[in-house]
Design a protein around this ligand. Structure first.
Ligand SMILES: CCCCCCCCCC(=O)SCCNC(=O)CCNC(=O)[C@H](O)C(C)(C)COP(=O)(O)OP(=O)(O)OC[C@H]1O[C@@H](n2cnc3c(N)ncnc32)[C@H](O)[C@@H]1OP(=O)(O)O
Length: 226
């Protein structure tokens, strides 16, 4: 990872609101398409027709495309930078999406309510273990950032206590302790019957970011790793 040297100018709050109003429902519509694709039982002719329609829509969207990912264009910590994020991204249909909000009274504590549908299945009817890991990596990293100690995941240890059912879940994260550029965070996925997966991770502000901050004299906030 490197810092985007272009540092593109931020857009106005009005433009941000307009883009949010445009892209959030569009992305949600594609999530619905994914769920419908997995669960449809329509006849083969309808599937073939739908495939042609989806391919036509894809071709229309490809008429104008960014080179590479969204975050690479909008830069660290910029308002639209996390829109491509695979967990929280407003423009990423793969993202459930998670919407972490401050909660609880532990340092950096954040919670997110999420409903995981058929797209996140591992064992029949259950959440894929890698998906739980994905959500926990993000929520622990968000907790570290919320505590003013952002970093990249150095390690993430998971304990799968019991199966996680698809459906409504809560994901919680908080900071356990920190030493300089190293922050240890904890969290869990909570299902209808209590915690299912527990996580403990180390988040490190990388050397390049530490050196950048040192050069800037800490005048700017550390980069966010979303
Ligand atoms: C609103 C914001 C929300 C943000 C949410 C973010 C959630 C998403 C988080 C991610 O998914 S990040 C992507 C996944 N992670 C990575 O790709 C990280 C890949 N690894 C690295 O880039 C570097 O190895 C790392 C940044 C972790 C460390 O690089 P450094 O250049 O800082 O290395 P350095 O050797 O200086 O290590 C710094 C300290 O961390 C320690 N350390 C590094 N890796 C460790 C490890 N695995 N276990 C234990 N300690 C570790 C290391 O010993 C050292 O301790 P001390 O400073 O006390 O000597």
């Amino acid at each position: 990872m490197s810092v985007n040297p272009d540092r593109p100018a931020e857009i106005t709050p009005e433009e941000l609101a307009a883009q949010t109003a445009l892209y959030a429902p569009f992305t949600q519509a594609v999530r619905e398409l994914v769920d419908a694709t997995i669960r449809t039982t329509v006849d083969p002719a309808t599937i073939r027709t739908a495939q042609a329609e989806v391919e036509a829509i894809t071709a229309r969207l490809r008429e104008e495309q960014l080179e590479g990912s969204l975050g690479a264009h909008f830069g660290h910590g910029r308002a639209r930078q996390p829109w491509g994020n695979t967990v929280v991204g407003l423009r990423n249909p793969v993202a459930p999406p998670l919407r972490p909000v401050p909660a609880g009274d532990r340092e950096g504590e954040v919670h997110a309510e999420v409903v995981l549908g058929a797209a996140y299945e591992g064992p029949p009817g259950l959440v894929h273990g890698g998906v739980s890991s994905l959500l926990l990596d993000q929520i622990l990293g968000t907790a570290a950032a919320a505590a003013g100690k952002p970093g990249m995941t150095a390690y993430l240890n998971l304990t799968y206590r019991r199966p996680t059912p698809l459906g409504p879940l809560r994901v919680e994260g908080w900071v356990d302790r920190s030493e300089g550029h190293k922050t240890w965070a904890r969290g869990h996925v909570v299902g209808p019957d209590g915690p299912t997966v527990e996580a403990e991770g180390l988040f490190v502000l990388p050397r390049w970011a530490r050196e950048l901050l040192a050069r800037r004299g800490d005048a700017e906030a550390p980069p966010a790793f979303e």
